[in-house]
Design a protein around this ligand. Structure first.
Ligand code: PEP
Length: 253
């Protein structure tokens, strides 16, 4: 089953509005042969979403947010709703990133609520899962990832599941310069695909599973050439247009 690769840049808490617009514009203008063959998105901080959305309007680069609250509106100081993300021009939203799970206490139940709210608003969730170093060393990788996938996606129909992207991001590889080997990534991606098949039948063949964790131009092509690695969620390297575009081109099959 040929799935269009999907590469998303997670800018985390980086870039002012003018910097973000400049970076997004460079990505927009540099897609070249990847345009239309690789799905591409960038996830700026909330403050830059609208301006970057304007810069990307009508282009092949889509807008993603880094987080969301599941309620539509109300007294939730500091939070942003799915409708607000849509209003700013977003098509996607990252959910359950390990930095949110580990630094801000995001639970699988919160992930499940966010996924439901995003889908309800017509947005596409990118759901991050992944084990810590201690969990990998304790041979608990597949158990942890299975729990995160099953609980984060609980209750979704096959049609809803097809609108979800899963990002496998081993926590020990995020921002550390350590990357999972292509074989390590493929093993976990295949296990995730198996769970997705149990949850959504043949929809599993159409769901993209991205790899994330110190993806760079030098390792992107090998990782994304694995049969179940359908793209990448890129942190640090997405802050340089040249590197991010090289990773995008590494997804060309
Ligand atoms: C991420 O933030 O999702 C990520 C994978 O970061 P990095 O590429 O910097 O490891």
């Amino acid at each position: 089953m040929a799935r269009t690769p999907f590469v998303c840049g997670n800018w985390k808490m980086h870039e002012t509005v003018p910097e973000a617009v400049a970076l997004a514009s460079e990505v927009r203008d540099g897609l070249g042969e990847a345009a239309g063959k690789v799905q591409v998105a960038v996830a700026p901080p909330f403050t830059a979403l609208h301006a970057v959305g304007q810069a990307l309007a009508g282009s092949r680069v889509e807008l993603a947010a880094q987080d969301v609250h599941w309620e539509a509106k109300g007294a939730f100081t500091g939070e942003v709703s799915p409708g607000m993300l849509l209003d700013a021009g977003c098509a996607h939203c990252v959910v359950g990133h390990s930095e949110r799970r580990h630094l801000f206490g995001e639970t699988d139940e919160a992930v499940r609520r966010k996924v439901g709210a995003l889908l309800g608003a017509g947005l596409r969730p990118i759901v991050c899962v992944g084990e810590t170093l201690a969990e990998r060393e304790g041979s608990r990788t597949l158990e942890v990832v299975e729990r995160q996938v099953r609980q984060g996606l609980a209750g979704l129909s096959a049609e809803q599941l097809e609108r979800v992207t899963v990002a496998y991001e081993p926590v020990w590889a995020i921002g550390t310069g350590k990357t999972a080997t292509a074989a390590q990534a493929q093993e976990v991606h295949a296990a995730i695909r198996k769970i997705l098949r149990e949850l959504g039948g043949s929809a599993a063949d159409r769901i993209r599973i991205q790899y994330g964790g110190s993806v760079k131009p030098e390792n992107a092509r090998e990782l994304m050439s694995q049969p179940d690695v359908d793209g990448a969620l890129v942190g640090g390297a997405s802050l340089k247009a040249k590197d991010f575009l090289a990773i995008v081109k590494g997804a060309l099959r």
